[in-house]
Design a protein around this ligand. Structure first.
Ligand code: ATP
Length: 268
């Protein structure tokens, strides 16, 4: 089986400024990666390259074995899910009157943009099961537009559960969530990491969101890879302290890292 993502020596410059420098990254099916780095370190730029919205200045990009430049990106994107605050805003604006259940069902054929087409009983059951996983089943019949930000994110995670994405990007899904909502959402995320042939890329600034199921990490620093590998070798005191320019100490509790600041920040 081909790698889900294979980047080789990717560079991207804008106005002679390097935004990404010599990025090589291979994601095998079944691996689940945390993508971390300070604000402006290049995470979104890198995701935009993987999804074909940005073209590298040099280097090779292959996604699910397809070399960019030789593949219909619109087709390829159907195998890639991207959960973000922006997607929640988009559903709010375009499908706000659809119910939570209806929005969840659209995940099955990744039909963003298509009008809601109705649902078969087995789709309904699967969607209700997905909503149950993120504790949203009691709100299944509410219009999407009335949901809070955190509830929207939980529904979008349930929607991702409906789909058979080969690559699922979860882009800071816990933004704005209170602690219990975060934990509920993370339970849903943990389920998504259990799929054998697919992979999750989870973007975060908060290592405590990396629940069991995340196997690897990539830490960016000013557009370069500071550290890449198994999660425990990347989420270390030294690497995080360098990346975030503040002394950080990590403690692991049942396979989940927790970070605390242990000194003064050097950020200007
Ligand atoms: N089109 C562009 N032209 C010039 N600079 C850009 C462009 N797009 C992004 N940048 C710069 O590239 C750097 C990386 O941006 P990017 O959005 O990838 O960072 P990020 O790691 O996702 O940050 P955050 O955590 O704040 O979301 C930033 O300094 C940004 O200003």
């Amino acid at each position: 089986m081909p790698a889900i993502v294979e980047l080789q020596h990717v560079h991207l410059s804008r106005n002679n400024e390097p935004l990404l420098h010599d990025i090589s990254w291979r994601i095998e099916p079944g691996q689940n990666w945390a993508l971390m780095g300070a604000n402006g370190s290049g995470k979104s730029t890198l995701l935009n390259i993987i999804t074909g919205y940005l073209w590298p200045s040099s280097g090779d990009v292959r996604v699910m074995g397809h070399a960019f430049g030789q593949v219909d990106l619109r087709e390829l994107r159907k195998s890639i899910g991207w959960v973000s605050i922006s997607l929640g805003d988009w559903f709010y604006s375009h499908h706000g009157d659809n119910t939570v259940l209806q929005v969840t069902v659209t995940g099955e054929d990744a039909s963003i943009g298509a009008p809601f087409k109705g649902m078969r009983p087995e789709q309904r059951d699967k969607a209700l099961e997905a909503l149950k996983a993120v504790h949203m089943v009691d709100k299944a019949d509410r219009p999407f537009r009335v949901l809070s930000q955190g509830e929207r994110q939980r529904v979008l995670v349930a929607r991702a559960y409906m789909a058979n994405f080969q690559l699922l990007i979860l882009d800071e899904p816990c933004t704005g969530l209170d602690i219990p909502s975060r934990e509920v959402l993370l339970q849903g995320v943990a389920q998504l990491t259990q799929r054998a042939q697919s992979s999750v890329i989870y973007v975060t600034h908060h290592v405590e969101e990396l629940v069991a199921g995340f196997t690897h990490g990539l830490l960016l620093d000013k557009g370069r890879i500071l550290k890449s590998g198994t999660l425990s070798t990347v989420v270390t005191n030294d690497a995080l302290s360098t990346a975030f320019q503040v002394p950080i100490e990590v403690q692991w509790d049942h396979g989940r890292p927790w970070a605390r600041v242990v000194g003064e920040t050097r950020v200007g």
